[in-house]
Design a protein around this ligand. Structure first.
Ligand code: COI
Length: 341
């Protein structure tokens, strides 16, 4: 069990590279015989998995990414945990994994925060929570059957910026041939979709020095390998409408809500790469996600040709929307939408 008294050491303020440091405690629940047992707080340690575990062969795994923030009064509060718990269930449904009840997931997330609260950095840092659900049944004959046993655990990690370089504008490569996910499966937050994006992102980094890849199969602008994608100008925010092809971002939803509240027209419709490039000749583009927050794009690459987004710096509207979000997350602005808990 974690120590019951708060440690006297100050929380870390400059976390290492995103996702490389883990807190000491995780919450764990196991599914067997049609029931969830636990949850319990356990020390983070290697998992004992049978080499024939379903997840290792058939990819029965999904996860979430959400953050808890240290408030000015020292409390640590979660951002939109209910939405993340619901989305984990949606991913589990698509993967035929046993569905943990929303209140179990939320309760486990809260316990993971409580166990690791002393490791929560001050804003702009945060405690990143990684709920993970995997099929553990040892059965390599069960490609066509859901795993009868599963494990749900919540890891915690103190994080800072996802993209290195302190808020610099990103370079994004437009990929019109490769796919991030199979059609209809993009909505699932599952390792397979990240694995499918990875070789494109690795090649874009190596060959073009790009930070990310924007997947636009057949010219339809979808999302990047790690986040949703938005176009922004002085009056509007344009992004793809929710469908099965991409992840339904909680940060996307938060930014659209804040944009509407600030008087922007929010437009959710499909758009093409040609329209994207016409927009970004003068307007702004940004990536949104729990890890990415809202990060501006300075340059797009299509077919080897580089296109500056506006003047190449992060635009004022992207900064304004990001600030509106991070002010709420840090407890510096009123939580008008009831997102913190
Ligand atoms: C997140 O934003 O939470 C994600 O899961 C993206 C991941 C590439 C860090």
């Amino acid at each position: 069990m974690p120590p019951e008294t708060a440690s006297q050491t100050a929380p870390p303020t400059t976390p290492a590279a995103f996702g490389t440091v883990f807190c000491d405690w995780m919450t764990v629940a196991r599914y067997r015989g049609g029931q969830w047992s636990g949850p319990a707080v356990e020390a983070v340690a290697p998992l004992a998995l049978h080499p024939g575990a379903h997840v290792l062969h058939y990819g029965s795994s999904c996860f979430e990414g959400l953050k808890a923030f240290r408030m000015p009064d020292g409390q640590v509060r979660l951002f939109r945990a209910d939405r993340h718990a619901e989305r984990l269930r949606r991913s589990a449904e698509l993967l035929c994994l046993p569905l943990p009840p929303v209140e179990v997931v939320e309760g486990m997330i809260r316990e993971a925060v409580a166990a690791n609260r002393d490791d929560t950095p001050h804003p702009p840092g945060a405690l990143y929570l990684r709920p993970t659900l995997i099929g553990t049944e040892a059965n390599i004959g069960a490609a066509g059957a859901p795993p009868a046993e599963a494990l749900l655990y919540i890891l915690a990690s103190p994080v800072g910026d996802y993209f290195s370089g302190g808020g610099r504008p990103l370079t994004v490569l437009i990929e019109e041939h490769g796919m991030r996910s199979t059609p209809g499966f993009g909505q699932a937050k599952t390792g397979g979709n990240y694995a499918s994006a990875m070789r494109h992102v690795v090649a874009a980094r190596r060959e073009h020095g790009a930070d990310q890849v924007l997947f636009c199969p057949g010219g339809d602008v979808q999302e990047t390998g790690a986040s949703n994608f938005l176009l922004i100008d002085d009056r509007r925010v344009l992004t793809k409408p929710l469908d099965g092809s991409f992840l339904h971002g909680v940060t996307r939803d938060s930014i659209l809500t804040l944009a509407a509240d600030l008087g922007y027209e929010v437009v959710e419709r499909d758009f093409s790469v040609d329209e994207l490039l016409a927009w970004t000749a003068f307007g702004e583009a940004a990536l949104s996600g729990t890890a990415a927050v809202l990060t501006g794009v300075g340059e797009l690459i299509r077919d080897g040709r580089r296109h500056s987004v506006g003047d190449g710096s992060i635009g004022p509207n992207t900064r304004r929307l990001r600030q509106a979000l991070t002010d709420i997350q840090a407890g510096a602005a009123e939580d008008r939408f009831g997102w913190l808990s």
